[in-house]
Design a protein around this ligand. Structure first.
Ligand code: COA
Length: 179
């Protein structure tokens, strides 16, 4: 079971049904902030929807296709970080994340992301980690930039968000580049 204490304030725990209500409440209290870049927010209407997300995530974990971890900051649930789109043929994986608005600006996600990249290279023995974000999602793009990822390109209309298509930026880092 993935559980990782990052420092005195931040802890990562594999998502589990026992957290469904807590995670849903966090999404519900931060809808305006989250929905701009996360199209699933509007369709997350109750803890039942969050439970479906958790069930799906646990299925992925059981099939070695990735997993999601909740982030706790000073004992409070703050957001989620996850591994998705594992590509065994090139040993690649993607990371996605979100934080409740109250927890933005503290460096939490950069620290969580560093742990995930380490895990991808050193535990999962992968070769490439990718992060995609909307072209104007500067706070999201700043995370791979802080961690030394390369901005590799743009996928035109790479994401369909609530307000329509947007271009995605692709950031990548390879095992040999990770220190
Ligand atoms: C994307 C998202 C997670 C970024 O959150 P964030 O708080 O900016 O990211 P971090 O937790 O890494 O914190 C970085 C901020 O904390 C500051 N910070 C404080 N201590 C820090 C530390 N020790 N290390 C790094 N940054 C630190 C940084 O300066 C930065 O603040 P700034 O943007 O004012 O310069 C958040 O904006 C979010 O959830 N957005 C909505 C959902 C979303 O867009 N998800 C991504 C879809 S691709």
């Amino acid at each position: 079971m993935f559980k990782h204490i990052i420092d005195n304030d931040i802890e990562l725990r594999l998502v589990n049904v026992q957290y469904a209500e807590e995670i849903f409440k966090s999404i519900d209290s931060s809808r305006k902030h989250l929905r701009k870049y996360l199209p699933w927010v509007d369709t997350t209407k109750s803890a039942i929807d969050t439970r479906a997300f958790i069930d799906n995530s646990k299925r992925q974990y059981a099939e070695n296709k990735g997993f999601d971890a909740g982030i706790w900051y000073k004992g409070e649930f703050a957001g989620v970080i996850g591994f998705h789109n594992i590509n065994p043929s090139i040993k690649g994986i993607s990371i996605g994340y979100w934080l409740n608005e109250r927890f933005v600006g503290k460096g939490i996600m950069t620290k969580a992301c560093r742990v995930f990249v380490d895990y991808a290279f050193n535990t999962l023995e992968l070769n490439r980690v990718e992060i995609r974000c909307a072209e104007d999602n500067f706070k999201s793009g700043a995370i791979p930039e802080r961690l030394g990822f390369t901005k590799e390109g743009i996928i035109r209309d790479g994401e369909l968000l609530c307000d329509g298509y947007v271009n995605s930026l692709v950031y990548g880092i390879l095992k040999r580049e990770w220190k």
